[in-house]
Write a protein that binds this ligand. Structure first.
Ligand SMILES: [Zn+2]
Length: 256
């Protein structure tokens, strides 16, 4: 694999001073098939050294001194990355691991937070005035639990952020074209059924937008990239599309 490292950005977030963010594609890493090539996860059978090298490249590309991730458990636990919580994290070179959870929040300079995805959403949130950024892992279980909305609420309550000035971006993920849920009647509560675009197919992008708006984030501050990971398998890892595959990195942080 000799392609260069690539990542997508949100125009909504690009104007925030000191903020760095990127939705990385599967290109530009060293992992062998079926993890080719920029696999960010140690949990799917890839080689330890390859994933470490991939993560080093991601950190270097974002110009971050420190990158924090966690084992994602499809729940609604939110972890704060701060001077007081850092000493409790485990080191797994080249990154640090917070406790298991599905949202990471930080205001620390030189520090990024990483979510690993292959169809699930990475929802990035920023309050520019408070110098706070969050990265939320929201698959269908996260959507059902409204982890995006809960993270906005956490930022408001504990870090005095104001949802009215928050910016949000949703990266490449399972699109309404491919999000078929045959068992939705047992998996999703009835209040989410209206997000069907045709029988059994759901628009999780619209669901996340709705959850953020209901939490107070202005609709015009929410940027859904609208790229479906299943439809673009050569560019993105897709669990639905390939099953045994890698995980992409979505990163947000501060390099000021
Ligand atoms: Zn699709």
């Amino acid at each position: 694999m000799s392609e260069s490292i690539q990542f997508l950005t949100s125009t909504t977030l690009s104007s925030v001073p000191g903020l760095v963010h990127g939705f990385f594609t599967r290109s530009g890493g060293v992992s062998e098939p079926p993890y080719d090539s920029l696999n960010a996860s140690w949990s799917n059978g890839d080689s330890e050294q390859a994933v470490s090298e991939n993560l080093s490249r991601i950190m270097g590309t974002m110009r971050l001194d420190r990158l924090v991730s966690s084992r994602q458990v499809h729940a609604d636990t939110i972890n704060l990355v701060s001077e007081s919580t850092l000493p409790s994290f485990k080191s797994r070179s080249p990154i640090l691991l917070a406790d298991p959870g599905d949202a990471l929040v930080t205001g620390l300079s030189g520090t990024g937070v990483l979510i690993k995805i292959a169809d699930c959403q990475s929802v990035l949130l920023v309050d520019p005035e408070k110098h706070i950024a969050a990265n939320v892992h929201s698959g269908w279980r996260g959507s059902v639990q409204n982890i995006a909305g809960k993270t906005v609420e956490y930022l408001r309550e504990y870090l005095k952020c104001n949802p009215a000035r928050m910016l949000a971006a949703v990266g490449p993920s399972l699109g309404p074209c491919c999000a078929e849920y045959k068992n939705f009647q047992s998996e999703f509560p009835p209040e989410l059924w209206h997000f069907q675009t045709r029988p059994g197919y759901f628009d999780f992008w619209a669901m996340t937008r709705d959850q953020l708006v209901k939490s107070g984030v202005p609709d015009e501050n929410i940027d859904i990239l609208g790229r479906c990971t299943v439809c673009e398998k050569t560019m993105f890892f897709s669990y639905r599309g390939e099953r045994n595959t890698g995980r992409m990195a979505a990163v947000i942080g501060w390099n000021d």
